[in-house]
Design a protein around this ligand. Structure first.
Ligand SMILES: C[S@@+](CC[C@H](N)C(=O)[O-])C[C@H]1O[C@@H](n2cnc3c(N)ncnc32)[C@H](O)[C@@H]1O
Length: 259
């Protein structure tokens, strides 16, 4: 079995289209997990994936790289709080937010905490999605170790977490602000009428063609003047081609009708 055939098998077994991910990086990672599972080649490993659901889930989690933390890149969260939320809330009292590729939930919970400075928790509603079911389960549980919450301001730690033996658990009033759902950015329909889409540190793994398709879909999913917040190595070259204007570094605004 060659890599092309292995990719087809993965598509059948997981719905993940490996052709949309950068090939060299992906092949290196797959070779490493094949070795770790003491298989000799794609064929042996694909047989293992077919018969063993635990290995299959381990493969998906390994492939998708779930590294995340609360308030990742704090200075960008400062811009979000001081400039982006006030901008989006100029004309309306509530906003629709999508945290796409949210991993274990650190990002959508961070969003809800900041937004709580602007409105009661009962008015906050964030959709948070990821392709990986296992991280979504962790996100719903909302339990974190000290390291992941290092950037959470003290006032938020006191307000929104309970601590027990070094495990920090999100309080249910904050959990209730977020709906977690499985969603594949390369395949599933996108939600509509979003005011803010936060999609950080995932597009770096995709090919240029896949990125183009995703930017176009994000643009359609936003309302006019809505904002897309990207990761710190993910500036969009020629953002106008996808209907965006650069608003601040790492924040892109959907060009509205009035422009
Ligand atoms: C490095 S994490 C980024 C988490 C968070 N956004 C952050 O910046 O801290 C990348 C996430 O993208 C998810 N992912 C990878 N491919 C995806 C796809 N095709 N659709 C949706 N999520 C995907 C992974 O499961 C992983 O949780």
């Amino acid at each position: 079995m060659n890599y092309e055939e292995f990719k087809s098998q993965v598509m059948v077994l997981t719905g993940i289209n490996l052709s949309a991910y950068k090939e060299n990086q992906m092949k290196r990672r797959i070779d490493a997990i094949i070795k770790k599972n003491q298989c000799n080649n794609y064929l042996e490993y694909s047989r293992l994936l077919k018969v063993n659901p635990v290995s299959l889930q381990e493969f998906v989690t390994y492939l998708t790289i779930n590294v995340t933390e609360f308030f990742r890149n704090p200075s960008q969260w400062d811009i979000l709080e001081k400039q982006i939320f006030p901008l989006l809330l100029q004309k309306k009292r509530t906003i629709k937010i999508w945290s796409a590729a949210c991993s274990t939930g650190d990002e959508p919970y961070s969003l809800a905490m900041v937004l709580s400075k602007f409105m009661p928790l009962s008015q906050i509603s964030i959709i948070a999605t990821d392709i990986d079911k296992e991280v979504l389960e962790k996100a719903k549980q909302g339990q974190y170790i000290t390291r992941s919450i290092a950037n959470v301001p003290k006032e938020f730690q006191d307000k929104f977490f309970t601590e027990d033996n070094g495990i920090y658990t999100i309080k249910s009033n904050l959990k209730d602000c977020i709906t977690f759902k499985q969603h594949n950015l390369l395949k599933d329909p996108y939600p509509a009428n979003m005011d803010l889409i936060v999609c950080r540190n995932v597009l770096i793994y995709f090919t240029e063609d896949a990125k183009k398709e995703i930017y176009t879909n994000f643009n359609k999913a936003l309302i006019d003047d809505g904002i897309l917040f990207v990761g710190s190595t993910e500036q969009i070259i020629m953002c106008q081609e996808y209907g965006f204007e650069s608003y601040k570094i790492f924040f892109y605004q959907k060009a509205g009708l009035k422009r």
